[in-house]
Write a protein that binds this ligand. Structure first.
Ligand code: ZN
Ligand code: ZN
Length: 150
């Protein structure tokens, strides 16, 4: 897992998207974006808020919630509603799926192009219109396997 720095291009892109949507990219909003996208560890709004508070003591958790919801609408950060978990935010906009460790709650990105391109069973048509598919794998991460074996 590598930290990604917010490069100039990413910033310009965000500014353009916000401009087009008539949203002012305030200092706080920019910092929320940076915090939400700098790691791939799928932070919750609370975690993002707690990390930002050190730098921005006046930030309100409502601002964090609202800004992240806006970013989700704009498609720059994705909101994930994993089963049994609070909403978490995903900076990885590539098509991918998730492995969730049921013990430590760590969320890892997984890629499975074959799954993405497999034709859906015909009877799925009865469900209605399927617009996306997301796979959620549950289990124990290597660390937790070791911990539980002790
Ligand atoms: Zn684990
Ligand atoms: Zn992800």
């Amino acid at each position: 897992m590598t930290d990604r720095k917010l490069d100039q291009e990413q910033y310009e892109n965000l500014k353009k998207i916000c401009n087009n949507a008539g949203i002012k990219l305030t200092h706080q909003r920019l910092e929320i974006f940076k915090e939400a996208t700098k790691t791939r560890d799928h932070p919750s709004a609370e975690i993002i808020y707690n990390r930002l508070r050190k730098k921005l003591p006046t930030i309100a958790i409502d601002t964090v919630y609202r800004t992240l919801a806006t970013y989700d609408e704009l498609g720059v950060v994705k909101t994930l509603h994993l089963m049994g978990e609070r909403a978490v935010f995903d900076a990885n906009l590539d098509k991918h799926h998730h492995f969730v460790c049921t013990r430590c709650k760590k969320i890892e990105d997984v890629y499975w192009p074959d799954f993405d391109s497999t034709k859906l069973p015909d009877e799925f048509k009865n469900l209605g219109l399927i617009q996306s598919r997301h796979l959620e794998l549950h289990g124990l991460c290597p660390h937790c396997i070791q911990e539980t074996a002790k």
